[in-house]
Write a new protein. Structure first.
Lengths: 110, 116
C-alpha cells in the first residue's frame, strides 16, 4: 500500500542554519505530494505541494522537489528562523485520503 | 478570508457525557473531514463526507458520529467520551471535482478536547 516515511525528530538547529527534512514515499502511480506545518497549539497548514514529477513546491523560503526516480520529496530551507519551530508532516494523497508521515519536530534555537 | 472555523477551540467534558464539536467553512468545498490527533502524531482520519455521502473509516469507534446538515457545517458527536478520547480534533475540507480526484485539504485550527 501507499506510505510515507520521514526522518525522525526532533531536529534542533541554530538560527540561520540550513534545513533538510527527508521524506520518501511508496505509492502506486504519481500522487500529489504535500508538506504541512503545525505550529504549537494550532491546526495544520499547507506549506507547499507538488502535483507531478520534477515539480518544485515553494513557500516562505521552503522548497521541495518531487523526485520520481528516488521517490522523495525532501523539504529544504536555506536559513531557518526561530519562528519556523513547528512540526512538519509530509503527505501524499491516495483516493480521498491523505497518507501521512509520522511528523518531524523542528526546534530552532536563537 | 475564506476559511475553516472550529468551535469551541477548547472543550472540557466529563467521562461519559456526550459532547459535540462544530466545524464550518466558507470555502464552499464539497468534502469535509474529521481527524483525531494525539500529541503531535499524524492525524487519524475518523470519517469524511463527500457532499451528503458519509464515509466511515473501518477502525473508527461507534462512539464517534457525524452530521452534515448542509454544505457549510459539519459536526462531530462523541456519545460517551472516555479518557482515551482526549485529543485534538481537526476538521478539514477539500474540493473534489470528480470522484477519487481529491485536492489538498484545508484545516481548521482544531478543538482540544479534555475528558475529566
Amino acid at each position: 500500500g501507499n506510505s510515507v516515511t520521514q526522518m525522525e525528530g526532533p531536529v534542533t538547529l541554530s538560527e540561520e542554519a540550513f534545513l533538510t527534512i527527508n521524506c520518501t514515499y511508496t505509492a502506486t502511480g504519481y500522487p500529489s505530494l504535500f508538506w504541512y506545518v503545525q505550529y504549537p497549539g494550532e491546526g495544520l497548514q499547507l506549506l507547499l505541494k507538488a502535483t507531478k514529477a520534477d515539480d518544485k513546491g515553494s513557500n516562505k523560503g521552503f522548497e521541495a522537489t518531487y523526485r520520481k526516480e528516488t521517490t522523495s520529496f525532501h523539504l529544504e530551507k536555506g536559513s531557518v528562523q526561530v519562528s519556523d519551530s513547528a512540526v512538519y508532516f509530509c503527505a501524499l494523497v491516495s483516493n480521498y485520503q491523505l497518507i501521512w508521515g509520522a511528523g518531524t519536530k523542528l526546534i530552532i534555537k536563537p | 478570508d475564506a476559511m475553516v472555523i472550529q468551535n469551541p477551540r477548547y472543550q472540557v467534558t466529563q467521562f461519559g457525557k456526550p459532547v459535540t464539536l462544530s466545524c464550518s467553512q466558507t470555502l464552499n468545498h464539497n468534502v469535509m473531514y474529521w481527524y483525531q490527533q494525539k500529541s503531535s502524531q499524524a492525524p487519524k482520519l475518523l470519517f469524511h463526507y463527500y457532499d451528503k455521502d458519509f464515509n466511515n473509516e473501518a477502525d473508527t469507534p461507534d462512539n464517534f458520529q457525524s452530521r452534515r446538515p448542509n454544505t457549510s457545517f459539519c459536526f462531530l458527536d462523541i456519545r460517551s467520551p472516555g479518557l482515551g478520547d482526549a485529543a485534538m480534533y481537526l476538521c478539514a475540507t477539500s474540493r473534489a471535482a470528480e470522484a477519487l480526484s481529491y485536492n489538498e485539504q484545508f484545516f481548521g485550527p482544531g478543538t482540544r478536547l479534555t475528558v475529566l
